[in-house]
Write a protein that binds this ligand. Structure first.
Ligand code: NAD
Length: 267
């Protein structure tokens, strides 16, 4: 298939072959997209290289989204480099988040100010900075900005804590960015994925219980994985979704539509 033929995009957040970002990258490249990648630091670059060569991609940029605006390897600095190489970009996939693992257990009420600010900065505000930086590269043809969320933005889920607050901020940002950028034909959407076994997923205390519970409770009786999330990303980054923006699209086997479960059912 070549639905993405001629489309160029940036994938942010590949840590390894189990990353949601990698599942999306594989699907987009299988459908003809030309991809560039960002990596957080040197150790992530080493893991990314073999994956990139497996799909014959050769463009990557170091970017730690917590770096100050216009600092070295910041979001803004990376988009300047991309503009020099590509001039334009059709889509950006933001599949990254961070919170101190020690606060992804126990009660949210104990969240520290430092981790609250850091989690919101990396997991939510980074997407707004990306949207602002991508705008000049999408100004002629428009484009698609896509991020990743989770049910914990809408409801309390055990141990998700400050990450749920960050995802709520991210989901609200999608709507405001969709409004701001709609006149430029830039669409802004999120995929709210069910639990996927990744490094970030494993950082949440009791993750395997949530995984098992979600699988049983979801109408489809399975937790969608990289293939299903990748297919939904193909829809939201391509012309197939040309009329869709400000949307949170659930790829969770239907779990979000089930009556709110008791927290103890998760464990
Ligand atoms: P992952 O561990 O494979 O990827 C997380 C990525 O975040 C890594 O590549 C890491 O380098 C990057 N990152 C963290 N801090 C960063 C920083 N300061 N600068 C740049 N990059 C940084 O995990 P994943 O599960 O694939 O996570 C991708 C996205 O999907 C996240 O937003 C996550 O919240 C979301 N998500 C995950 C699940 C799940 O169950 N795994 C479910 C729904 C949504």
């Amino acid at each position: 298939m070549s639905i993405m033929k001629g489309k160029k995009g940036l994938i942010m957040g590949v840590a390894n072959e189990r990353s949601i970002a990698w599942g999306i990258a594989k699907t987009l490249t299988d459908n003809g997209a030309e991809l560039a990648f960002s990596y957080q630091n040197e150790s992530f670059r080493k893991r990314l290289m073999p994956l990139m060569s497996s799909i014959k991609s050769d463009k990557c940029f170091e970017c730690d989204v917590s770096n100050a605006t216009s600092g070295l390897n910041s979001i803004e600095n990376m988009f300047e480099k991309i503009q020099k190489q590509w001039n334009e970009i059709d889509f950006v996939v933001h599949a990254l988040a961070y919170s101190d693992k020690e606060e992804l257990k126990g009660k949210y009420v104990n969240c520290s100010r430092e981790n609250f600010l850091n989690s919101l900065d990396i997991s939510a505000f980074s997407f707004t900075r990306i949207a602002k930086s991508a705008l000049p590269l999408m100004s002629l043809k428009g484009g698609s900005l896509l991020t990743l969320s989770y049910l914990g933005a809408e409801r309390t889920t055990p141990n998700y804590n400050v990450m749920g607050v960050a995802k709520s901020a991210l989901e609200a940002s999608i709507k405001y960015l969709a409004m701001d950028l709609g006149k430029n034909n830039i669409r802004v959407n999120a995929l709210s994925a069910g639990p996927v076994k990744t490094l970030a997923g494993a950082a949440i205390s009791g993750a395997r219980h949530v995984f098992r519970y979600s699988e049983n409770a979801a109408p489809l009786k399975f937790n969608p994985q990289l293939k299903e999330v990748g297919s939904a990303a193909l829809y939201l980054t391509s012309e197939l979704s040309s009329g869709v923006t400000g949307n949170i699209h659930h790829v969770d086997g239907g779990l979000h539509s089930v009556a709110i479960p008791k927290q103890e059912n998760f464990v």
